[in-house]
Design a protein around this ligand. Structure first.
Ligand code: G3P
Ligand code: MG
Length: 250
């Protein structure tokens, strides 16, 4: 019988990929910047290299956010670690690297940051990504720290997560408004439903809260919109600009 996951104390603001407006997303510099702007939580995207190292990258390919080329799933960590993941964002970030998950977990302890880890596997690598990433989190993240929220758009990833580490709280990421969202959320035993701002409206937000789930909305960079969402009962928003949103919602 799986353990019932305990409630996560959700923050109003989660730094999306760190503080992706001001710093190169999913890098240590981005997490430092999120902390500097006052965030207590950050979100990031985790996947596996060809030789099974857990590291951070949003896209399947390296091109947009590094000086690498092509699919990340074909590269070993030795190849990935030499890439520059900061120069594309500005000259002040030249030399910033793709981080390992282990480096992030160390930094979060140093900075006293809590986190939402989004499982973002390379194509075809869902199951081993969940196993290796979550085993690493369990091994390296002290039980005394606030428990992380584990989320994914991929249902099979949430199933493996639920079955392998039932005690790690999960979030169901949705990019549409499916009619059976509540059944899905119950079957996956998630604590939160994380919806796209485009689909958020007062009725659906009320429904999600009334069904007993935490509710997070991505990605909200407009301060007035964040206020409206919070009024609708949203627990928290993912934002590229945590400082600006914190300032407006207090
Ligand atoms: O977890 C919230 C958000 O990060 C989901 O979308 O594409 O930015 O990973 P994406
Ligand atoms: Mg993400």
């Amino acid at each position: 019988m799986p353990l019932k996951p305990s409630r996560v104390k959700l923050p109003k603001v989660i730094g999306h990929r760190g503080a992706a407006e001001a710093a190169p997303e999913n890098t240590l510099a981005s997490f430092r910047e999120a902390k500097r702007q006052g965030a207590g939580w950050v979100e990031f995207d985790a996947k596996l290299s060809a030789d099974n190292r857990c590291f951070l990258l949003h896209d399947d390919d390296l091109d947009r956010t590094s000086n690498g080329r092509g699919p990340a799933r074909l590269k070993t960590w030795d190849e990935l670690k030499s890439l520059d993941a900061g120069a594309w964002k500005g000259p002040q970030f030249v030399g910033e690297k793709l981080p390992l998950l282990s480096q992030c977990l160390e930094l979060f302890q140093e900075l006293d940051l809590a986190f939402n880890l989004e499982l973002k596997p390379c194509p075809g690598r869902g199951e081993e990504t969940v196993r290796l990433v979550l085993d690493e989190v369990k091994a390296l993240w002290p039980a005394s720290r606030p428990r992380p929220l584990i989320s994914s758009f991929e249902i099979p990833c949430l199933e493996v997560s639920r079955d392998r580490h039932p005690d790690l709280p999960r979030g169901l990421l949705l990019e549409t408004h499916p009619a059976d969202w509540a059944d899905l959320a119950r079957r996956l035993a998630v604590e939160t439903v994380n919806i796209w701002d485009r689909d958020a409206n007062a009725d659906w937000c009320r429904e999600i809260k009334a069904a007993g789930f935490g509710l997070l909305v991505y990605t909200v960079n407009d301060a007035a919109r964040a206020k409206t969402l919070i009024q609708w009962g949203v627990d928290g928003v993912f934002t590229d600009a945590p400082g600006r949103i914190l300032e407006s919602i207090g």
